[in-house]
Design a protein around this ligand. Structure first.
Ligand SMILES: [Zn+2]
Length: 340
């Protein structure tokens, strides 16, 4: 009798364990990969690592959080950039385009490829500060940000990186100078309007379908006094006065990308991109709405407008475009080549 009880208990235990093993195995099967650092934890979320390839170069990253240089496999770094730079809910082809853009940026900087590294941290190839090189977050932050969705989201990022492994954007055989941003105003911008450089692959192209994006339209309100104070802080010689702003401010010209090229503010003429920085507004595509005691600045788009719009990439992907279509749309006349 006792033997039968034991057999039944044994069967119940096995029946409970097997499905758990199957689910665990399937959820990470295609992307849980062998590598020197592979995590063996089973109670907590496993780290989902990229395949390590022997020909894959290492990148020296200055981590702004840890305040130190860390060496890591290039593709592992790219995964952290995609995780930091683009919403993971975006279409797979958009994530892939982001991975290729991020890798191009990195390769152009890396010493091993002849680059000059991060200018702020000479011992590193790149830094993790979005305002200088490009944003990057490690796996701990990815887990914290995504919580229960970590495995699902991380798998998508790893897929985007693996399916573009080594791919970079080139022009005349050289990695391009990569720029990208969040949301366009319907068009991209000529690089020379924003950065003091002329690059042949940055032409103004249409970027439709972004009107429903969260940052496509925004309104920034300032009291007349605030508006004047902010301006005078940057331009102390300005004669701007709080009363009757409407008569003192005038948009003078627009760029081919429909952004403000030049604006007159009191006795001072400034570029639209500089006006954007002074007021911390989303875009240099702006218009004014003058009220009695305040002024509203209406913006379209989010970011400088040069190169790939991330929302635009997502919209193109939704319409059936591949990551190659997306890249060739935003970077005109380029090729995609393997960096290693
Ligand atoms: Zn840097």
């Amino acid at each position: 009798m006792r033997t039968w009880v034991n057999v039944i208990l044994f069967i119940i235990v096995i029946a409970l364990i097997i499905p758990t093993l199957i689910v665990k195995g399937c959820s990470v099967k295609s992307i849980h990969l062998q590598g020197p650092d592979n995590h063996d934890g089973t109670e907590e979320q496993d780290e989902i690592k990229l395949k390590w390839k022997s020909n894959e170069p290492k990148i020296a990253l200055y981590d702004h959080q840890k305040k130190e240089v860390v060496d890591m496999a290039l593709e592992e770094y790219i995964a952290g950039v995609v995780a930091a730079e683009m919403p993971v809910s975006f279409e797979m082809e958009a994530l892939k385009a982001q991975a290729v853009a991020a890798r191009t940026f990195a390769v152009k900087k890396m010493h091993v490829f002849g680059g000059s590294g991060c200018q702020n941290h000479s011992e590193a190839d790149v830094c993790s500060f979005y305002g200088h090189c490009q944003a990057w977050i490690g796996e701990d932050d990815q887990k914290r940000n995504w919580g229960n969705d970590y495995e699902k989201n991380r798998s998508r990022i790893v897929q985007a990186v693996e399916e573009t492994r080594g791919d970079i954007i080139t022009y005349a055989g050289e990695p391009i100078e990569v720029f990208f941003y969040s949301t366009s105003n319907g068009k991209t911008e000529d690089v020379s309007e924003v950065f003091s450089t002329a690059l042949p692959y940055y032409k103004v192209v249409d970027s439709p379908g972004e009107e429903d994006a969260p940052k496509y339209k925004e309104v920034f309100s300032f009291s007349n006094k605030q508006f004047v104070d902010i301006f005078k802080k940057q331009y102390p010689k300005s004669n701007l006065r709080p009363n009757d702003l409407e008569r003192q401010i005038k948009i003078l010209s627009h760029t081919d990308g429909d952004r403000v090229k030049e604006v007159q503010v009191g006795n001072i003429k400034i570029k639209g991109k500089d006006f954007r920085n002074v007021y911390g507004i989303n875009s240099s595509d702006f218009t004014f709405e003058f009220l009695k005691d305040s002024v509203k600045i209406h913006t379209r788009g989010y970011g400088h407008g040069v190169g790939m719009s991330q929302v635009g990439a997502d919209r193109m992907a939704k319409g059936g475009s591949s990551y190659i279509d997306i890249i060739k749309h935003y970077y005109v006349g380029v090729d995609i080549q393997k960096a290693y």
